[in-house]
Design a binder for this molecule. Structure first.
Ligand code: SD4
Length: 335
């Protein structure tokens, strides 16, 4: 019997990505194809200034994109980091997986590879990201202050509207289960706004930003990559699912582990969120904050499932809710 396809993605902007991925799944495509198609929608959307085209740049005003993709059916993976001229890094990551014997290419050589593979060069800065970078630059004296974590009492150097908006970061992580029962996962980002040039976060790192084991499940993350990558969070979520935890429990326990190993700073603050999709289609998610430092940016994640046949309408459901500290679950609004 065919499996009911499922597609999940991080954040509110995961909704159109879910729809695109689900259309692929309904057309009989693989989970891998669905992940790439879903990710491309967000990468192409210049109004999302934390992923792909229109992403916010590094401290020197250059957009550097990171992405990775992993295929559960083959346990193959591909990744790129620091792409500056190609707006669909997940597609380049897939190409690395499919046409090279390697997993990850970085920087200028990754860009050369993309070009050689026929990806057109593009200016990745949108007018908006340039405006935001120029505004940030005026107020910053050094690249070392370039972090998105502005707590309410940490007195941002500029007005929050100008510099620390809800969009300074936010990666799209995506997990898919296709009708064959195969899983795939992807993660694509422009990383943290105003990062030091050359900085690579968790998103393109297998086991950190994403992981899949076709026999167990898939997981992906978003948030403060410099902390998350020290705990190999996506691998841990899948490992905990293997031990019998539900996807939601696995996300919660992984974030607690992260917070034990890397406690929040003196402001008690940093954002990390995880989504997970188990082999049987059960989904779950959790975050360390209800929204990453901005009241209008709730932690949300999008889910679509269904066969699309027998008159079953499939629509994307946007979930919000569960977030944790090292010792308590703040909310238990689960799907
Ligand atoms: C990074 N994890 O580069 C990404 C950024 C992100 O929500 O996901 N922000 O660290």
């Amino acid at each position: 019997m065919a499996v009911e396809p499922v597609f999940i993605a991080t954040w509110r902007f995961g909704v159109p990505a879910c729809l695109a991925g689900w259309q692929k799944l309904m057309a009989g495509c693989s989970a891998l194809d669905a992940i790439e198609a879903g990710a491309n929608v967000t990468e192409d959307d210049t109004s999302v200034n934390s992923v792909g085209n229109g992403g916010l740049p590094n401290s020197e005003g250059e957009v550097e994109l990171d992405a990775a993709i992993m295929d559960g059916s083959t346990h193959a993976a591909g990744a790129v980091a620091g792409l500056t001229r190609t707006g669909r890094p997940i597609s380049v990551a897939r190409r690395v997986m499919e046409v090279t014997p390697h997993v990850m290419l970085v920087g200028g050589k990754a860009q050369e590879f993309a070009r050689a593979q026929g990806f057109p060069d593009a200016d990745l800065m949108s007018d908006e990201s340039r405006r935001r970078w120029e505004a940030w630059q005026k107020e910053q004296s050094s690249a070392a202050v370039a972090h998105f974590d502005k707590t309410p009492d940490a007195a941002p150097a500029m007005s929050p509207d100008e510099v620390s908006t809800p969009d300074d970061h936010d990666t799209i992580g995506l997990c898919a289960l296709d009708a064959n029962g195969d899983l795939a996962v992807g993660c694509t980002t422009s990383g943290m706004a105003w990062k030091l040039p050359g900085r690579v976060g968790d998103s393109p790192i297998i086991g950190s930003g994403l992981y899949v084991d076709n026999a167990i499940g898939a997981a992906a993350g978003t948030g403060y990559g410099d902390e998350m990558m020290k705990a190999c969070v996506s691998y841990r979520v899948v490992m905990l699912m293997e031990r019998g935890l539900s996807p939601e429990e696995a996300c919660i326990e992984t974030l607690r582990y992260l917070l034990r190993k890397r406690p929040s700073d003196q402001h008690g603050y940093y954002g990390a969120a995880l989504i997970a999709l188990r082999k049987d289609g059960v989904v779950g998610a959790a975050a360390t904050l209800s929204g990453f430092g901005a009241p209008d940016r709730l932690w949300q994640w999008a889910v679509i499932r269904g066969t699309g046949i027998e008159g079953q309408p499939a629509s994307v459901v946007l979930h919000e809710g569960i977030y944790v500290t090292s010792d308590k679950i703040i909310s238990t609004l689960t799907p």
